[in-house]
Design a protein around this ligand. Structure first.
Ligand SMILES: Nc1ncnc2c1ncn2[C@@H]1O[C@H](COP(=O)(O)OP(=O)(O)O)[C@@H](O)[C@H]1O
Ligand SMILES: [Mg+2]
Length: 259
């Protein structure tokens, strides 16, 4: 089964045509990084997957997520485990960390009185907060946490549903080095535990060694896709980012330098 299967999709944001005849497939178990510069269409692609946007209706054009075109969007969001910066901005009001995590059970922003949580759900939320090292911040207001702490709470929010697939949009942007390394280590562990991670970014240093598949996205087009070692090199990255780049590979991690 494929996590994502997009065929011949045309997608607009307002008047901008971001994708035209766009196709992309990602297999289950195939953790993938989608790499591209600003404006490439990465966030638009995520919105397509979470049913925030739909392609123009046309024959032979479809977006299938987990094998289906039609979804109850709340069910889909539970099954996908999406952590995005949009989500981070949605939580700026007064919400304690605990409620950010619990809201994952309903894919809601914050929790509401009519929502109930059984002891199993509460215990699971607590265990995940311990695993991610944020259990001492459960009463703290989300808006007054550091960016790194907020990111961990949003990851915990996605993990309460034990999603097989996790979709991360620029997960370490805004984090200091320690928080970046901690977050990357957590993502590595999630992949080792059997999660399929789809990571969307413009930073090669965010690619965990366990992610072996890369898609290069530029101006709404896939310019290369395949095994990491074949897709990532000085030539492809220089073309992608439109500047001379030298790629350095150390112990499975990548860094770039100006060539
Ligand atoms: N709400 C919008 N209205 C019109 N155009 C948009 C909107 N959001 C994004 N775009 C355009 O869509 C293109 C892709 O944007 P986006 O998916 O955000 O790229 P990325 O996440 O790779 O930086 C860009 O050209 C951007 O200017
Ligand atoms: Mg983006």
């Amino acid at each position: 089964m494929k996590v994502i299967e997009i065929n011949n999709a045309t997608v607009y944001r307002g008047d901008t045509r971001v994708f035209e005849g766009f196709s992309l497939a990602i297999e289950r178990g195939q953790s993938t990084t989608i790499l591209g510069p600003n404006g490439a269409g990465k966030t638009t692609l995520l919105k397509l997957l979470s049913c925030e946007l739909y392609p123009v209706v046309a024959k032979g054009s479809y977006v299938r997520v987990l094998g289906r075109e039609r979804w109850d969007v709340w069910e889909l969001r539970n099954r996908l485990g999406i952590v995005s910066n949009d989500l981070q901005n949605d939580y700026l009001g007064y919400v304690p960390g605990r409620d950010v995590i619990l809201s994952g059970y309903y894919s809601s922003i914050g929790t509401y009185r009519h929502q109930t949580f059984d002891p199993v759900q509460l215990e699971r939320a607590h265990r995940i907060s311990r695993d991610l090292g944020i259990d001492e911040l459960l009463e703290k207001n989300f808006a007054s946490m550091s960016t790194g702490q907020q990111r961990r709470f949003l990851l915990a929010r996605a993990l309460v549903n034990d999603p097989e697939n996790l979709i991360l949009d620029e997960p370490t942007s805004g984090l200091d080095l320690k928080a970046t390394f901690q977050y990357l280590e957590t993502v590595r562990q999630l992949i080792r535990d059997g999660h399929t991670v789809i990571l969307v970014t413009h930073h090669v240093h965010e690619i965990p060694p366990e992610v072996r598949h890369v898609v290069l996205l530029d101006q709404g087009k896939v310019i290369a896709a395949g095994a990491k070692g074949e897709v990532l090199n000085d030539d492809t990255l220089s073309r992608l980012f439109d500047t001379p780049i030298h790629l350095v590979d150390v112990n499975g991690y990548y860094q770039v330098l100006p060539a």
